[in-house]
Design a protein around this ligand. Structure first.
Ligand code: 2NL
Length: 345
């Protein structure tokens, strides 16, 4: 039996499989359920105890040699298979799709940067507001149409507190009211944020949009300061040489009030369908803060004056990038978004 086993061991040592199939046949022959190794262990049971001492060692060497051979080539064939399984590890990787800044974020960031250069801070506040901060403190009369259910999303009717109904803010002026109530002049800040109006969604209107409002309150702030600040802003945002004009307007919270137009971004004043052949497009509303608003916020309107302004970010972005439909800003279709800026800053 010993010489038989030794014969098998030299057979194993001499064996070199050419492929995985040959190796498998070898494994079955020696290590399979009815293989030679098993057969030898069966025969081993029959021998005398003296023979067992010598044979036991030989038998173990036999089994280990067979197993080692299988393991050695198994690894080799597996690696070989991987190299030929269609994966070319030398090919360059798939490019990673990086996102891009939303156009509204880009324009908001630009506006914030321009005002920060002349000392305006950024302030934020809640999107859910009470009647006082959204309407009453801002001098809206009780019967003003903006307070109508048709125009504002109310969340909760008056619960008896002195702050009135609860609604989604319709402008970021409520942040300015909170700022004035909480501090002392001078104030110089801008308030970017989301606002909500009960509007039917179309190419030109949406129920959610974005605003930047600004406020400057100190002693001796005049309409000349307002005009010069906004003139600087437009030169920075739209380029040197952009002209501005102010038209009288009305807002409950400013007196006097104005709307500011700029020379058309598209045709430069020649006349086109964006400016409806007038050469001018409106970009913001502004005015001197109404003394009633200052008093409502516990600011002495005899000592302090100020100006305020508000603009829609969607409107400016549409003009700047010639976006014809407002709904594109809310759909987040990457084919639209990636046209703006690909680097993440
Ligand atoms: C527009 C016009 C405007 C203001 C917003 C304001 C805020 C306070 C006091 C006075 Cl706390 N005014 N904000 C003033 C004038 C115009 O927005 O067309 N926005 C899109």
């Amino acid at each position: 039996m010993q010489s038989k086993i030794e014969g098998y061991i030299s057979e194993i040592n001499a064996f070199t499989p050419a492929n995985a199939e040959e190796l498998e046949q070898f494994r079955i022959k020696f290590l399979g359920r009815k293989g030679i190794v098993g057969e030898m262990f069966e025969e081993f049971k029959q021998v005398t105890p003296e023979e067992k001492r010598v044979l036991g060692k030989v038998l173990n060497v036999f089994k280990q040699t067979a197993e080692a051979k299988v393991n050695e080539f198994k690894e080799q064939f597996e690696n070989h298979q991987q190299q030929h399984s269609g994966i070319d590890l030398t090919l360059p990787g798939e490019p990673i799709n990086i996102g891009s800044r939303h156009p509204l974020s880009l324009v908001r960031k630009e506006i914030v940067e321009i005002f920060s250069r002349i000392g305006f801070n950024v302030a934020e506040g809640p999107e859910i507001e009470d009647d006082w901060h959204n309407f009453s403190a801002l001098n809206f009369p009780q019967d003003h149409p903006a307070r109508d259910m048709q125009d504002t999303f109310f969340i909760q009717k008056d619960t008896g507190s002195d702050k009135g109904d609860i609604a989604l803010r319709t402008h970021t002026s409520s942040v300015q009211v909170r700022m004035m109530e909480a501090g002392k002049p001078p104030f110089r800040a801008i308030m970017p944020g989301r606002v909500f109006r009960n509007e039917a969604i179309s190419a030109r209107a949406h129920c959610i949009f974005h605003q930047v409002e600004g406020l400057y309150i100190d002693e001796n702030v005049s309409f000349a300061d307002l005009k010069q600040t906004l003139y600087y802003f437009v030169q920075e945002l739209l380029g040197k040489g952009t002209e501005v004009r102010f038209r009288p307007s009305f807002f409950p919270f400013t007196e006097p009030s104005a709307e500011m137009d700029v020379t058309c971004l598209i045709c430069g004043g020649e006349g086109c369908n964006v400016c409806k052949y007038t050469g001018w497009v409106e970009i913001l509303g502004c005015g001197m803060v109404d003394p009633n608003v200052l008093d409502n916020c516990n600011i002495d309107s005899k000592k302090y004056t100020g100006f305020a302004f508000g603009m829609g970010i969607e409107r400016i972005t549409m003009l700047k990038y010639q976006v014809k439909d407002l709904r594109l800003f809310f759909e987040n279709d990457v084919r639209f978004l990636k046209q703006f800026q690909s680097e993440i800053i």
